[in-house]
Ligand binder design. Structure first.
Ligand SMILES: *[C@@H]1O[C@H](CO)[C@@H](O)[C@H](O)[C@H]1NC(C)=O
Ligand SMILES: *[C@@H]1O[C@H](CO)[C@@H](O)[C@H](O)[C@H]1NC(C)=O
Ligand SMILES: *[C@@H]1O[C@H](CO)[C@@H](O)[C@H](O)[C@H]1NC(C)=O
Ligand SMILES: *[C@@H]1O[C@H](CO)[C@@H](O)[C@H](O)[C@H]1NC(C)=O
Length: 424
């Protein structure tokens, strides 16, 4: 088809209007058949408004000033689809859910449709075209501007924001599909040093400044892939309650879980409240929230922690493995739990010590304070190899090989006054 411009030029030069030239015809919104444009009109337009609705017609002076107006210059060329156009070099091509800040494209044949197409590297391409036969990850549609939305539909959504922007997580503005699609186990991340300095996004974001990308992410990164928008924890939040006490009279006893009181806020790297029960050097038991302690809570500090609201309710104090192998065979291999030493032996010279020993083939374990004077002597003597002591809760876990012969059983144990009623 001849170019309209050339035609016009000829018309001007020869100064014979219309001579040898047909007027341009354009598809026009509201008209069932193409409109014959007025004299001097050389272009048709297809214009998209803010909501994506497209109108079409002949270009006259003021019709097509905006960026969202596409023109073409052959008969009926504006009849084809208008599609969203963007590609993998523009992250917002995939991350924007609705009103995309992308350009528009007027398709050039009636065979072309609007496409969403997944690139091999997980990015998205949108525009006019035809999906190649047998190729997955390409989705065509055939109304103006229809190629919007999340593609593929299961593209992971993560909160994507930085700094102050990241304090109130408004789904409408900061919950977005990840720029790079990953079919399985796509993770969201969060990292930050204060409430106003959080950063959230998709783990595989290539964006500069993503400390959580790659094989060696920053140690403060927290990842999740449980559900869309899982990277939503505030910098600090109260995770639950613990029993708090430190009085000598009742704190060592078992406690009622419903008496737990709220803990101080924990940072985002913690997911569950941690409570502690601690026995001081003077035998005093204290309980509280682990994030209130200034020193580590572990066996060295005679402190035990547990996870979950109101979990620190067990009766407290120093404890050892307590058993005799002649009436409970697993005692030889230390396959018994830690039991609290009796209240009377929680304080005093031999408090906070456990022992394990073997006398004539019988293994005995217990709290040193409860042993007979002879056994105490043997256990604490450097020259006696029958028995040894240790001073951390549940430390008497030495295993003994072999089993006692019947002949040996019980011999030499006379006079032992011992708390083994559980196994008698
Ligand atoms: C992904 O591939 C597309 C299409 O080949 C390309 O335009 C884009 O730059 C690539 N993006 C990345 C992050 O590799
Ligand atoms: C925000 O989106 C997440 C993930 O889809 C959803 O669980 C949550 O209920 C939404 N919040 C609001 C306020 O709509
Ligand atoms: C608890 O009892 C111990 C030992 O009797 C004592 O030394 C300590 O001062 C008491 N603590 C309190 C808080 O009363
Ligand atoms: C307990 O924590 C302290 C301080 O972090 C550490 O030095 C000690 O080795 C820990 N003890 C055990 C048994 O983990």
């Amino acid at each position: 088809m001849r170019s309209r411009r050339v035609c016009l030029l000829i018309a001007t030069f020869i100064a014979i209007g219309q001579f040898g030239c047909q007027a341009l015809s354009c598809t026009t919104t509201g008209s069932a058949t193409p409109t014959i444009c007025g004299e001097g009109v050389t272009e048709c337009f297809a214009k998209s408004d803010a909501s994506g609705t497209v109108t079409r017609g002949c270009v006259t002076d003021a019709t097509c000033p905006s960026a969202n107006c596409l023109t073409c210059s052959t008969d009926n060329c504006n009849a084809y689809l208008v599609c969203k156009q963007c590609d993998g070099t523009q992250p917002q091509c995939a991350t924007s859910q609705t009103a995309m800040v992308t350009s528009l494209q007027l398709c050039s044949t009636s065979a072309q449709q609007c496409l969403n197409q997944l690139a091999d590297n997980g990015t998205l391409t949108r525009g006019c075209g035809e999906c190649a036969a047998g190729v997955g990850n390409c989705s065509p549609c055939n109304t103006d501007n229809c190629n919007v939305g999340i593609y593929p539909a299961d593209r992971r959504l993560c909160y994507q924001c930085d700094g102050a922007n990241c304090q109130t997580l408004d789904n409408a503005t900061v919950l977005m599909p990840c720029g790079i699609y990953q079919a399985e186990a796509q993770k969201c991340y969060m990292i930050g040093s204060s409430a106003t300095a959080m950063q959230r996004g998709c783990q595989n974001d290539a964006a500069a400044g993503n400390k959580c990308a790659g094989a060696t992410p920053d140690a403060s990164c927290v990842f999740c892939d449980t559900e869309n928008g899982c990277n939503n924890r505030p910098y600090e939040s109260v995770l639950g309650s613990c029993i708090k006490c430190s009085d000598n009279s009742t704190c060592a006893d078992s406690q009622a879980a419903d008496k737990a009181v709220a803990c101080p806020a924990s940072v985002y790297t913690e997911t569950e409240v941690s409570c502690y029960t601690k026995t001081g050097d003077d035998g005093t038991v204290s309980r509280g929230c682990t994030n209130e302690l200034t020193e580590a809570c572990n066996t060295t500090t005679n402190c035990e922690s547990c996870s979950g609201t109101g979990c620190n309710i067990q009766a407290a104090g120093f404890g050892c493995l307590i058993c005799r192998s002649d009436n409970y065979a697993p005692c030889r291999s230390a396959e018994v739990g830690v039991e609290l030493c009796p209240v009377a032996s929680q304080t005093g010279e031999d408090a906070k010590k456990c022992f394990n020993g073997e006398w004539n083939g019988v293994v005995v374990r217990g709290c040193l304070a409860d042993a007979t004077p002879l056994m105490k002597f043997q256990c604490t003597s450097a020259d006696d190899s029958r028995c040894e002591t240790c001073n951390i809760k549940g430390c008497n876990i030495k295993t003994y090989n072999g089993a006692a012969t019947l002949q040996h059983m019980g011999l030499g144990l006379f006079g032992l006054i011992f708390v083994v009623s559980k196994y008698l």
